[in-house]
Design a protein around this ligand. Structure first.
Ligand code: GCW
Length: 703
């Protein structure tokens, strides 16, 4: 047994796995580096961590053994062996009451932990310390094993460990915007990880590392293809390829989903219509669902972007979103699959406000969706801006499970150039109070189903992974993948806690280094808000990365739609700046519950960070600081630039404290980030100057 396991580890390392320290610090190993621990920690762990007992022969138990042996060998620097039972030594025991007699005998309180929860306990047996990871299912045990490794990577003593965990949200999914030609829409970590040309004959070994990484943070679903989907993904040819991927993911508890193109019955099925109420269409989808689930028995379901940005959908046939979603839901119901229907719909009409479009279109359908339909709603009402108020649908559809959709990939957050830690942005969303059932009705409670007693709950993150060696393009992009998984599992975690965990596993356990990097990460998002969208000014970008406040469809036809330009959003004129969403303007503020609406609608109570989101504010209006709007705006732009300047220095001082390879990579990106921060500040202030006609404040030295 022992030799088999070592053989397997050896083969895997040769194939490019993560285990060997011989690899350069190119970021491939993510937060699962398993570097040697300090001597004192090794001495502490040694008596009970060199024997691993994981009974069972399934692929999941093999994966657990593999992970533990690889990790412990790396961290302890001494041989670790797989034992069949606890003998006369300490050990790590992982399993379920069915697989392990020891776990059965301990009679741990596992019942309320559900199918994915676990408990980790340290117990003494015949004078030896045994660390037990117990769960109701093998995947729960795998999650527990990763948790244990996280503790050990941070040198946490195990003698008194006694913890229990279970996820707060049931479907924790990545959404890949990967196209069949390998291009990832708004992906900045390389090309798609799915090599469709090679599948199913050859399955990239890297997919297993992708699955491991997801399992290590509890992600249990992944939508492989772009929501702007290609019907070919649903052909037999591609389904067989998808099934090969699903086979690799299954042992890690990762289920595969597909984005379904609504017009597929016409495009690949030869039908004349895709009308959801046409019986032939419904039959086509039912047969398609049967075919998929025949190939992939644990297929998760369909994600659908309908009647949005040119995608087909039920509205094309004058049917409702509920008609479309429910028809697909009926096809998947016999297979326990779900339909995840996106709420990102906004049909342009002259004079409309995009911020209210999805609400107007979907809120009336609360209670009209089938039981296996979930509605996936972006965190904010526009489109993944660095700061948005929470989407007003949260709290407005108590009879519909709402799946928050975050964007992990940095479409509007500086691509793979900016050092941007997104956990604080997501925390802000979770902590927002919808007031749906009075004070304390946080968005987190809507998402985890506790506010309205939802049966199924879910959360999605648009992935930032690709085939770059470091997965995400920027080394710090990995932290956002990590943070998404951790918050999807437990949305009560603080940003600081997540940052610290990640830094310790990814960069260093040195307290000074951890403190310095934590601070940079925690401040990073607000700094980007400062120099790209101060005070709630939004969507004033060219190509979603560089400043473009001058863009309007009249003068720049390449922006195609008025609501894809910038002038539509900032509405600058000689009087002031910002989008009036109060009664005097679009009244989109009325989508929120009265308490929230009134707070946002009143200039005196509206949070200043969202001021220009909700109000058209006079240039000489005084803010709480005593500065005028113009001065405050300039101050934010200036502050954002100053932050990047300071971080460039702080990062330089970490040279030698972390590996040179990643240090240099990040330093180079900070140089570009600084150049773009200046660009944002100078371009925006010079542009708005033509309206404000006021001098620049002294501290704001234009280059
Ligand atoms: O953010 C916008 C992107 C589109 C994307 C769309 C969506 C995949 O610019 O590229 O389409 O959102 O979320 O559907």
């Amino acid at each position: 047994m022992i030799s088999t396991v070592f053989f397997r580890v050896g083969v895997w390392m040769a194939a490019g796995g993560m285990a060997s320290c011989a690899f350069a610090e190119d970021g491939y190993r993510l937060w699962m580096r398993y570097e040697p621990l300090p001597e004192a920690t090794v001495a502490q762990y040694k008596p009970h961590a060199t024997a691993v007992v994981v009974p069972g022969s399934s692929k999941t138990t093999q994966a657990i053994r593999h992970e533990l042996v690889t990790a412990l060998t790396g961290m302890l620097g001494i041989p670790v062996h797989v034992a069949s039972a606890v003998e006369r030594h300490g050990a790590i025991v992982v399993g379920t009451p069915q697989s392990s007699p020891l776990i059965a005998a301990l009679d741990l309180p596992l019942k309320e932990l559900g199918p994915e929860g676990y408990c980790i306990r340290s117990v003494m047996l015949d004078g030896h310390q045994v660390t037990v990871v117990a769960a109701n299912s093998e995947v729960g045990a795998l999650y527990g094993a990763f948790h244990l490794l996280r503790l050990m990577q941070s040198s946490i003593p195990l003698e008194r460990v006694a913890l229990r965990e279970k996820p707060r949200i049931r479907l924790r999914m990545l959404n890949h915007w990967d196209n069949l030609d390998g291009v990832v829409t708004w992906g900045f970590g390389g090309k798609s990880l799915w090599k469709w040309d090679e599948l199913p004959g050859k399955v990239d070994e890297r997919l297993r590392d992708y699955a491991r990484a997801n399992a290590s943070i509890g992600i249990n679903g992944t939508v492989l293809n772009n929501v702007n989907s290609d019907a070919r993904s649903l052909t037999r040819e591609y389904l067989v390829k998808t099934a090969a991927i699903a086979d690799v993911f299954r042992p890690y508890g990762l289920r595969v989903y597909l984005a379904a193109r609504f017009s597929a019955p016409m495009e690949i099925g030869g039908l004349k219509t895709a009308d959801p109420l046409d019986p032939g269409v419904a039959t086509w989808w039912r047969e398609k669902a049967d075919e998929i689930c025949g190939l992939i028995p644990d297929f998760g379901g369909f994600l659908v972007k309908a009647n949005s940005e040119g995608q087909p959908g039920p509205r094309t046939y004058n049917r409702t979103h509920a008609d479309g979603a429910n028809m697909l839901a009926a096809a998947l119901a016999p297979h326990n699959g779900v339909v995840i229907w996106r709420a990102f719909v906004y049909d342009y009409k002259p004079g409309y406000d995009r911020a209210a479009a999805a609400f107007d279109e979907l809120a009336p359908f609360d209670g009209k969706f089938a039981l296996n339909v979930l509605l996936q709603v972006k965190n904010g009402p526009i489109d993944f801006m660095p700061r948005e108020p929470f989407h007003p649908l949260f709290g407005a559809m108590p009879r519909t499970p709402l799946v928050p959709e975050f964007q992990i990939t940095q479409e509007y957050m500086g691509r793979n150039i900016y050092l941007a830690f997104l956990a604080p942005m997501w925390r802000e969303f979770f902590d927002s109070d919808s007031y749906a059932k009075g004070e304390g009705s946080t968005v987190a409670k809507v998402a985890d189903g506790s506010l309205d007693g939802q049966r199924i709950t879910g959360i999605a993150g648009v992935a930032n992974t690709g085939d770059d060696r470091n997965w995400t393009g920027h080394h710090f992009g990995q932290a956002n993948w990590y943070a998404f998984g951790r918050l999807a599992w437990d949305h009560t975690l603080t940003s600081e806690q997540i940052a610290r965990e990640w830094i310790k596993m990814t960069f260093s356990n040195d307290p000074a280094v951890v403190a310095a990097i934590t601070r940079i990460m925690l401040e990073s998002r607000e700094a980007i808000v400062d120099y790209t969208m101060p005070l709630g000014l939004h969507h004033i970008t060219r190509d979603h990365y560089r400043p473009g406040p001058w863009l309007s469809v009249l003068q720049h036809p390449e922006t195609i739609r008025e609501d894809w330009g910038s002038v539509y959003y900032h509405r600058a004129d000689e009087k002031g700046l910002g989008f009036d969403r109060t009664k005097r303007g679009s009244n989109a503020v009325n989508c929120y519950q009265p308490e929230v609406r009134d707070r946002f609608a009143d200039l005196a109570t509206c949070p200043e960070k969202l001021l220009l989101w909700f109000h058209h504010v006079p240039w000489d209006h005084r803010l709480r600081s005593g500065r005028t709007l113009w001065e405050e705006l300039a101050m934010h732009y200036h502050r954002g630039v100053e932050w990047v300047l300071a971080v460039r220095g702080k990062w330089a001082s970490l040279s030698g404290a972390i590996d040179a390879e990643r240090h240099v990579d990040v330093a180079r990106k900070l140089e570009i980030q600084l150049a773009t921060a200046y660009h944002w500040r100078d371009a925006c202030l010079l542009y708005f100057l033509q309206f404000s006609k006021q001098p620049f404040p002294k501290e704001c030295k234009m280059e």
